[in-house]
Design a protein around this ligand. Structure first.
Ligand code: NDP
Length: 484
């Protein structure tokens, strides 16, 4: 055995420069094309979850602030955005896409700093995909008549959009790009733990000379979101987040005539059949649950593995886990970054405790977690019964529950045994088995021999308690249009 093989790899630290980002000490609300002071007079501090270091003071929008943002969006819709030619709208979206590309290093650092995700992911996934969404929907802006033939597509008016903290800029792009392409104006509320890339996006809008009021950003906690979705002058509500808040929003908009799309939680099954290429499958399992610390609505949090290969898969998985590097999100070697907030860490810890108490067997590779900040090691539970909370509830953390099956029918039954229906993965060498499984899985997205693969041209969304409506692709335009 060589020396290297005995010692393992030693990584030289490779920290992305924090200097790429310039932060203001405090930020206002972005309304009508300018930053304004919150009328509520309230502010809060946003932090770096990997160190708990304060980053900036953020405005908490109150009901009056939300009303001012909706009024600005309405005026921009009536006076400007609905008056310009669709090809002009496309020009602005292309500009935004190009500026996102040009500023991608800066924005990736900001995303990792405020959200805790590894720079490798914000740099290679979040930013390229955010730009791709603007490029893609820019292409549709002047072709809506072809996208929906004989249907006279018309914009709705003002869209209220509330997004979560797991992919802040990417979720913004998923929401803002189709809304603008379809001719609507927007008021968007980012999550209170991750407002900074949405605020930096305001500068991107100014650089792109997007007319004032077309996009308004109101920061703050759930109170601002609740006021926004309830505002009477909003025509469309788009929400991504927890099922609980999604249900509350659905109740609030019922009977108002507002169009609604909800992208909620998930408890996806990643199914590995005995003929699957195991090394590839193990990479897919790792990507499925440890990508973005498992804080992903479509995370493959339930591994369903055929009984005959379960031992081999778990052994390979455990070996692979010991090579994952947990730590500084800005280090390019990092695989698993910080948990987004204290509340989320508490939730993960409580569910992991429940898993141990219910009788599942826990495995965590030895790894040294930083002293400050919010951290949780990659975790695998075996001996998991379907009734355990860790097999039923969305953990939204780097925690995998392993269950086994004997026949393909059993795999499908177990995979569908959840109130959710957002995504699933299938690993097998047989094309016919992929199609057989995909037809039976009650999930909006089914990945075959891959996982967490996103593309702006491909629709994404759920069944059952995972919500309704689709984002991405042509399907993603429809919720922002009236078809006559
Ligand atoms: P929430 O659903 O509370 O947050 C999502 C967004 O909604 C945030 O911008 C939040 O604001 C806002 N919000 C909160 N309450 C209301 C309300 N009453 N009306 C309108 N908007 C509101 O998710 P959490 O951050 O609390 O996470 C809790 C759990 O939800 C996670 O553990 C995970 O299981 C799941 N989740 C699922 C996501 C998904 O992608 N499907 C994304 C995030 C979480 P603010 O955060 O500022 O309070």
């Amino acid at each position: 055995m060589t020396d290297i093989a005995k010692r393992g790899f030693e990584y030289a630290p490779s920290r992305e420069s924090r200097e790429l980002v310039t932060l203001a000490p405090s930020y206002g609300l972005y309304v009508g094309g300018a930053f304004v002071e919150p009328r509520s007079g309230e502010r809060f501090t946003t932090i770096d979850p990997s160190t708990e270091e304060p980053l900036a003071e953020i405005a908490q929008a109150g009901a009056e602030d939300v009303a001012a943002a909706v009024a600005a969006a309405r005026e921009a819709y009536e006076e400007r955005w609905s008056q310009i030619r669709p090809a002009e709208r496309a020009k602005y979206l292309f500009r935004v896409a190009r500026i996102l590309q040009e500023r991608s290093r800066e924005l990736a650092v900001l995303e990792s700093l405020n959200g805790g995700k590894p720079i490798r992911e914000s740099r290679d996934v979040d930013l390229p995909l955010a730009a791709a969404h603007f490029f893609y929907y820019a292409g549709w802006a002047d072709k809506l008549e072809y996208a929906f033939p004989n249907a006279k597509p018309r914009p709705l008016g003002v869209a209220a959009q509330v997004i979560p903290w797991n992919f802040p800029l990417l979720m913004l792009a998923w929401k803002v790009a189709p809304a603008l392409a379809a001719g609507n104006t927007v008021v968007l509320k980012p999550a209170h733990t991750t407002p900074l890339t949405a605020l930096a996006f305001c500068d991107v809008l100014r650089q792109a000379e997007v007319p004032p009021g077309v996009v308004n950003i109101v920061t703050g906690d759930g109170r601002a979101g609740a006021a926004l979705v309830r505002h009477p002058d909003v025509d469309k509500v788009a929400f991504t987040g927890s099922t609980e808040v999604g249900k509350d929003i659905q109740r609030a908009v019922a009977g108002t005539g507002k169009k609604l799309t909800l992208e909620l939680g998930g408890k996806a099954a990643n199914i590995v059949f005995d003929d699957a290429p195991l090394d590839q499958a193990v990479e897919g399992i790792v990507n499925g649950i440890y990508f973005n610390q498992g804080e992903v609505c479509c995370a493959g949090s339930r591994l369903l593995v055929q009984e005959s290969i379960a031992g081999a898969v778990v052994a390979k998985l455990q070996r692979r886990l010991s090579t994952l590097r947990v730590g500084d999100p800005l280090d390019k070697n990092t695989d698993v970054g910080a948990i987004n907030s204290r509340e989320q860490l508490d939730k993960i810890e409580a569910l992991v405790e429940a898993g141990k108490e219910e009788g599942a067997e826990i495995y965590q590779p030895p790894c040294q977690l930083p002293e400050r900040g919010f951290w949780f090691p990659p975790t695998v539970f075996t001996n998991v019964a379907q009734s355990y909370r860790i097999a039923q509830e969305e953990i939204f953390g780097p925690v995998l529950s392993v269950l086994t099956f004997r026949t393909p029918e059993e795999a499908i039954e177990k995979a569908n045994n959840t109130p959710y229906g957002l995504s699933a993965g299938v690993w097998t060498e047989k094309g016919s088995r992929i199609l057989w499984a995909a037809q039976r899985l009650k999930a909006g997205v089914v990945w075959a021999n891959t996982y967490n693969r996103f593309d702006p041209t491909s629709p994404f969304g759920g069944y059952k308690e995972s919500g309704f409506g689709r984002e991405g692709g042509l399907h993603g335009l429809e919720p922002y249009l009236r078809l006559e």
